[in-house]
Each structure stands twice: as C-alpha cells, then as structure tokens.
Design a binder for this molecule. Structure first.
Ligand code: PLP
Length: 392
C-alpha cells in the first residue's frame, strides 16, 4: 500500500492557524484590549427571510408521504437549475438550465472538476489567489505554473503567449485582491485559451459584489462557451457559507478529445456526489426570486459600505490598494516596506486589528495585506480609526 505521495509536495498552509495562534496569544497577554477582526472570510449577516421561509416550506413537505423526497437528482432539481439560468438572463447572459449543475459549493467543485481532466495537463494559476486551486492540483499530481500579478497590472494577471497551459484558473472578482477583470481583459484570456485548446475554470464566487460595468460571468465574453466552465457559489451572494450550495455551468458545446465536458462532469457527479438536499435547493431558488434578490442585496450593500470605509481610509493615507468596490476584499500594500507577516504583527500589537497576510495567497502577496468587509459597521469604523492613528 502506498499513499498518494503528491501530499509530500504540498506546502503546509498554516496561514489561518498562525493568524489564530498569534491573535489568541495577544488576547491572553492583553485581556483588556478589544481585538477587531478584519480578516474574516465568512459572512456575518443572517440569511434572507424569504430564503429561510422557502427552506422551512421545503422541510415541511418532507413530513408527508405525498410530498416526501429521497435522493435528489445529481445535477440539481429542474426548478433550481432554471432559477440559475433566469438569474444569468437578468444580467444579459444566456445559458440553458440543463447546463447548470447544482452543488454543495464552489470549493468542492473547484477541486473536484479536476477529475474530468488528465493528470498530464499543465495548470496555470494566477498569483495571488484562493489557495484551493493550487492544493487540489498538487494532490492530483499536475504540473502547475503561475501567472504572477503585481501593482503594475493592478493585480490582474494577463496571459503570456510564450507560456503554454492546458487548464487555466481565473477568479474574478479575485480572492484575495478584490480586483475584477473588464470585458477586454477577459476576452484576452478567452482568446489565449482558444489558441491553446485550453479550458478556463472561471470562479465567479464574488460576482454579486460587482457594481461597475464589468462582466458578471465569463459567458458574457464571445468564444467563452467553447473554452470555459464557470463555478459559482451562494456563500457570499446569499450568506450560504453554512447552508452550502453552489453551481457549475458547463456549456453543451464545450468538447475536448471527442467528449463533451458536460457529459464527463455529469458522469463524475453521478459517481461521487449524491446531490443537494431538497430544502436547500428550495432556499437556493428563493435567492434568485425578486424578493430574494432584494433581501440578499441589502446584506451585500451593508458589506459594501464597510469596504468603502476601509478603502476611503486607504485613499486618505495614500496607501495603494485594489478591490473594495466590486468585492468584499481590500488588498493593500503594507506601509513602510514591511512584509505581510511583519505588518500583521505590527497592526495587532499597535492597533489590536487582525487582517490576513498576503503571503498566504502566493509569492506575489509577500508585501500585501487582505482586509475584509464582513465585520460590523461599528467595528470597521473603530478599526480604521485606530489604523489612521498609526499612520497619520
Ligand atoms: N471560490 C473562492 C474564490 C472563494 O473565496 C471561496 C470561499 O471563500 C470559495 C470559492 C468557496 O465557496 P463555497 O463556500 O461555495 O465552497
């Protein structure tokens, strides 16, 4: 018996454990200080009432023989898939309901989608980015190359035609940088993928935060249906981090090696996944109803105001940042050339504020820091007051 020795190639990621340890040590040493956490990657506002009502109704139906349901469809119930397709239509993108696969979230899909691709593919991953793409592909033994980004391109990595890749991860709006691609930039990625016969795995988990005139979906870009799969989540759109629901969209015309990727993914899901519960899919469909959208957008608007509080402060302090406008994340350059862990310690010790060191998201994050808008207005205001005191 041999273990999967690709695990030996994985770099231990102690990011959140180290953040928690240092924060707890500080709290113990300074029991009277009020620590403010702006590193939170989880939502904090409760679910929309209309979503809870739909889930309650869904549960109630399971009480009776006539409306009881057992195993769900692997790919999701028709009404939930149709609700997603209608949502896309609301921002001008046409997808068919049967191209939507309802899942238990984007994290699983981001990792599991690799099952339909050969181990021999070279994977291109932007740096910095959500670490799941890297770890999932190391586990599968794939060769990874990076698309570095920096202040020069405002943390929006662009394709390098000298580099050949088979699978390309794109996350827009990006975690951790909050930067979001415009139409022309995404078109450049689509053209590059088509030239290389590559497939883009487009993570749109934060699309609901987009306010500017930017694509909400890769399928807003011409040619994307021949080269892209889109993964999305209700976690940040509707506060489903605990409820668990997401979806993946695979156009029917997307084929490689004589196979429709849609069919391969169906086969994969039918083998290893038993679907999302009835009640959760009832709640998910309610997210996309008119009232659901209104209520979910109220929460997003609350987080947006926090993001603005933070980005206005960075403007005032003359600190370079990305994000904050189309994203719950604000990514800024550590002042005085500190590296991200030095800055983490400095901010904790001197202001009692906790954020996330950029080094945890890739080499290009070494001198950057991520703050999020998921705390309360009051705490966010207090945190920026303390930060201003340090730097003015
Ligand atoms: N994709 C990105 C870019 C994320 O930042 C996250 C969560 O933080 C996810 C996916 C995970 O989504 P889910 O909660 O649906 O698994």
């Amino acid at each position: 018996m041999k273990i999967n020795d690709n695990f030996e190639r994985m770099v231990p990621n102690y990011l959140f454990a180290d953040v928690a340890r240092k924060t707890n040590d500080f709290a113990k040493a300074h029991p009277d200080s009020e620590i403010i956490r702006l590193g939170i990657g989880d939502v904090t506002l409760p679910l929309a009432g209309v979503v809870v009502d739909a889930m309650k109704k869904g549960c109630e139906e399971l009480r009776f023989k006539e409306s009881f349901r057992g195993y769900p469809e692997y790919e999701g119930y028709d009404f939930a898939r149709q609700a997603v397709a209608d949502y896309y239509r609301s921002f001008g993108v046409k997808i068919d309901a049967d191209e939507v696969f309802i899942s238990d979230g984007a994290k699983s899909d981001c990792g599991n989608i690799g099952d339909i691709f050969s181990q021999d593919n070279t994977v291109l991953i932007p740096d910095p980015v959500y670490p799941v793409y890297v770890d999932a592909n190391i586990m599968s033994g794939r060769n990874i190359i990076y698309a570095p980004s920096s202040k020069d391109d405002h943390f929006l990595a662009m394709p390098d035609r000298k580099v050949k890749a088979d699978i390309i991860y794109i996350c827009s709006p990006n975690n951790p940088t909050g930067a979001a691609y415009n139409h022309a930039q995404l078109k450049a990625w689509v053209d590059y993928a088509l030239e290389n016969n590559a497939v883009i795995l487009y993570d749109a988990a934060y699309e609901a935060f987009i306010q500017d005139d930017l694509p909400r979906s890769i399928f807003a870009v011409e040619g994307a249906r021949e080269c892209a799969i889109e993964l999305c989540s209700l976690s940040k759109t509707a506060g489903f981090t605990g409820v668990r629901c997401g979806y993946t969209v695979i156009p029917k015309e997307l084929s490689r090696g004589g196979h429709r990727l849609h069919d391969l993914w169906y086969r994969r899901q039918a083998t290893k996944f038993n679907g999302v519960s009835w009640a959760v899919q009832c709640g998910a469909a309610a997210v996309f109803s008119e009232e659901g959208q209104r209520q979910c957008l109220e929460n997003i608007s609350y987080y947006r105001q926090n993001a603005k509080i933070i980005s206005d402060t960075l403007d005032e302090l003359g600190i370079y940042y990305t994000g904050g406008k189309n994203s719950p994340y604000i990514w800024f350059e550590c002042p005085n050339k500190m590296d991200s862990w030095e800055f983490f310690d400095y901010l904790l010790q001197n202001a009692g504020v906790v954020g996330t060191p950029g080094a945890g998201f890739g080499k290009c994050g070494k001198n950057y820091f991520r703050m999020t808008s998921f705390n309360s207005h009051e705490k966010t205001l207090e945190a920026v007051k303390r930060i201003k005191k340090l730097f003015i």
